[in-house]
Design a protein. Structure first.
Length: 151
């Protein structure tokens, strides 16, 4: 699977661990930055990774910052992205099962590396359930279309 990765300085170390983990699973990880723990701005890297997912250059994305909130907010500004913040494997699983999330956001300051890797594995292993959830996701995406055409 092709996966877009990004972090800010606070999420850098965890992003690097996730990247190694994905490569060990034989997934193809494209790293959009950050490249170190020097202070930087999450929108610069999160937007680039989210755009890669929206454009189909990556099947999914994993974004990491201190709380996960900033990355989640910037990713959800990109048309075609459904980003979910997950702090445990069950939340991650439900974000795929019910919401067809294509971007996972991790809170580096609130999850251990071990837990983060379990979250990523659960999220990647879970398929979208469809059914009644498909109707809801379609409505969500229609809302996005309406907003885009009003600009």
């Amino acid at each position: 699977m092709k996966i877009a990765l990004a972090s800010d300085h606070a999420g850098y170390a965890l992003k690097e661990a996730v990247k190694r983990h994905l490569e060990g699973r034989a997934d193809e990880a494209t790293d959009f930055g950050a490249s170190c723990e020097e202070p930087c701005d999450y929108p610069d890297f999160g937007e680039a990774a989210a755009r890669a997912v929206a454009a189909g250059e990556a099947e999914r994305g994993v974004l990491v910052c201190g709380s996960g909130q900033g990355m989640c907010m910037v990713a959800n500004k990109v048309a075609g992205v459904r980003a979910a913040l997950a702090w445990n494997a069950e939340i991650a699983r439900l974000s795929r099962l019910h919401n067809d999330a294509n971007v996972l956001c991790l809170p580096a300051r609130f999850v251990s590396e071990r837990d983060a890797l379990a979250i990523v594995d659960e999220w990647l292993a879970t398929a979208f359930e469809g059914g009644r959830h498909a109707r809801r996701v379609e409505k969500l995406m229609r809302t996005e279309e309406v907003e885009r055409w009003q600009d």
